[in-house]
Design a protein around this ligand. Sequence first.
Ligand SMILES: Nc1nc2c(c(=O)[nH]1)N[C@H]1C(S)=C(S)[C@@H](COP(=O)(O)OP(=O)(O)OC[C@H]3O[C@@H](n4cnc5c(=O)[nH]c(N)nc54)[C@H](O)[C@@H]3O)O[C@H]1N2
Ligand SMILES: Nc1nc2c(c(=O)[nH]1)N[C@H]1C(S)=C(S)[C@@H](COP(=O)(O)OP(=O)(O)OC[C@H]3O[C@@H](n4cnc5c(=O)[nH]c(N)nc54)[C@H](O)[C@@H]3O)O[C@H]1N2
Ligand SMILES: [Mo]
Length: 786
Amino acid sequence: MTSSTPEAPVRGASTTSHWGAYRAVTGPDGGLEIVPHPADPDPSPLLGNVASALRHPTRVARPAVRRSWLERGPGPRERRADEEFVEVGWDEALDLVAAELDRVRRVHGNQAIFGGSYGWASAGRFHHAPGQLRRFLNTVGGCTTSRNSYSLGTSLVLLPHLVGDAEQVLRRASTWPTIAAHTELIVAFGGLPGKNVHVTPGGVTRHITTGHLRALTADIALVSPIRDEAPAGARWYPLRPGTDTALMLALAHTLVSEDLHDRAFLDRCTTGFPEFARSLEGRDAEWAAPICGVPAADIRDLARRMARSRTLLTVTWSLQRTEYGEQPVWAGLALAALLGQIGLPGGGFGHGYGSMGDVGDPGPAGPAVRLPYLPQGRNPVEAFIPVARIADMLLHPGERFDYDGAVHTYPDIRLVHWAGGNPFHHHQDLNRLRRAFARPDTIVVHEPYWTATARHADVVLPATVTLEREDLGSGRRDTHVIAMHRAVEPYGEARDDYAILAALAARLGTEAQFTEGRTARQWVEHLYASWGGGPPFEEFWAAGEVELGTGPGTRTGTASPTRTGTASPTGTETGGPAPDESADDDGTLFAAFRRDPEANPLRTPSGRIELYSGTIASFGYDDCPGHPVWREPSEWRHVGRYPLHLIADQPATRLHSQLDVGAVSRAAKVAGREAIHLHPLDAAERGIAAGDVVRVFNDRGTCLAGAVLNTNLRRGVVRLPTGAWYDPLGDTCVHGNPNALTADRPSSRLSQGCTGQHALVQVERLDGDPPPVTVLEPPVLRKAAR
Ligand SMILES: Nc1nc2c(c(=O)[nH]1)N[C@H]1C(S)=C(S)[C@@H](COP(=O)(O)OP(=O)(O)OC[C@H]3O[C@@H](n4cnc5c(=O)[nH]c(N)nc54)[C@H](O)[C@@H]3O)O[C@H]1N2
Ligand SMILES: Nc1nc2c(c(=O)[nH]1)N[C@H]1C(S)=C(S)[C@@H](COP(=O)(O)OP(=O)(O)OC[C@H]3O[C@@H](n4cnc5c(=O)[nH]c(N)nc54)[C@H](O)[C@@H]3O)O[C@H]1N2
Ligand SMILES: [Mo]
């Protein structure tokens, strides 16, 4: 990576990514150099993965078909990651996939096709792979889809019941400048992890969050089992993982028993305080202290400080990615309501500060931009799953499941079509997912890389990466719309997802409907024109960007630039089609509600914040009753045999599993495996030294990792981030993917969200030679004999 100054504009291809805008220039040695956008005050270290991964041998060069599928045809089968693949020509691959799509829809109906295709894919409004795939599948009769995200699967179901709208809490809370001006105390459940804020779905040109985090003057109570990356001067409350709700209830108990709660606010703006207050009986600081490992005196003291200060209570998204993940969000909201500061600048409740770069980012001056996206068409199939129920669905066709007050049935899936995601990274209990992937007749994957998902597919279609195609890109609070130029030729025979799907559509008779007669470039021009926010396209393209709020005609205060297409509830956490994003920020919706709750009611049954929800209570779910409760995680029954709490959080060195073969990600590996952090005393007890290869295991599986000793962990807690490319040898991932260990257990019957953040494990030193990592090489590939 080299740097640049605004005075000396860099030529080369402009582009953007989920971790920032940059240019690709040809360096003196003819290689590609990645230069951060000159306006970016704090470019992401993840840019260092791009050039090294671009031509890595694990790129998929040609269409490839699993040998057993090619020879014996579609059908359930064990799909081994180490089976041989046969490389075929594009025409043959496309004929095979089109014929199989056609067979499945004719014989079993379109609901037998799973096109949920969850995943972050790449930035770019047009070439967003899951959106492309769903548009295509909708032209051929539709498919079973998925709802919500792995990011926020629990909160997106819960919050509408409590405040009427998840967006209200997620994106319209106080901005960092407002926090700097007003907040005296930040109580950060889950911390404010700086490692996460370089990422915003769809892109970001100016990374400002790290700067704001460094400049914070408020007192910070860091409530987390991990102290890494805490802002300087934060006071650490090293609680036991999964016990935040107990701590919050005890804080609430202290406020109520010492009469520090804001009765006027509770009367005017909330419903259910009496029920909530009753449920706090016996939930005092002495009760919570042994559960969460925070002394009772500290709990009382913190509650009192919260009551005397302008307090922002924030909960990271990680806390809801757990069993009973509703509870810390609901209890946190209720606790903030007791303080009576919801709707005041710099006070109240926040969700996701430090989880994503755009939370708290004021964005461009003036209203946020509504960007165009590719219309998805209409899906006539009604079957869906909450996104993290993928393995359940494949293993249990016809079985019923609860979700948000209704009962649904899992469809019988025969064909899985995935583009832009890596379920063998993102899903839990990967040994179970392997059994689930044995059930369908056919699995088709579009991928630039030989990821574990590609290696578990039947047909792998090589996709281009961003630098090999043209697009336009911008994120939710971005200050720029970036012209994404093509910098290099496609790798091998890789094609754009759009071209792949257009060719499939041609074989199935829907090409005109899918393409509307446009080339990829014409679509990019069309989307740009329908946005209507910048100078003429040619000017935009030559300049490489439009800066929002400065150029003529940008963000005409008049009306929002038109969006193309219909809003879709999926994909917004992944840079996909976004619902309406109006420009309210700085808590203005809550501010208006607080000023006059009768005139500006919330979209809840009571019009107010629901500390008790009659609706949720009426569902009768044992695992999510009508008010927040502390529940011991069911995983804890294994604590005798598996005494260590594993935290499987987001990796600092890449985005999920993306570009794990890149230089920054590789440089952080220990003995070629993902690094696991252990407290030195926990390591010493097990005879583990820094740099050792260790076995991390429980009843579900095992993975190998490289030991790092870290005193910033609570004792008994180990941290192994997600995203090492899954490399199975039996039930062991030799490369360090923590989803070999996590449970495929939903948050609750209400939301059915992902719970991958936590698991209990044991760790021991691996003696002898560790088995080699194989995922840095492509699988065994044969040329088709003809
Ligand atoms: N244990 C545990 N598991 C977790 C989490 C956790 O906290 N703990 N977090 C979860 C969360 S929040 C998330 S969001 C998920 C993330 O899960 P994913 O979004 O599935 O992860 P990515 O690695 O980003 O996968 C994107 C894939 O798309 C491919 N790709 C990129 N561009 C293109 C393209 O243009 N076309 C095609 N066809 N493919 C492309 C990439 O190579 C990559 O393999 O993981 C979840 N998993
Ligand atoms: N570099 C990088 N940034 C990313 C991503 C990435 O892959 N790489 N992914 C992006 C995506 S898709 C998402 S959804 C967000 C996710 O944002 P989050 O879900 O908030 O992020 P995580 O890193 O999984 O977890 C944040 C922190 O929560 C704390 N924590 C874990 N368990 C507990 C607990 O029980 N109690 C308390 N109090 N604290 C706990 C740990 O300190 C952990 O580091 O991150 C985004 N940012
Ligand atoms: Mo996420």
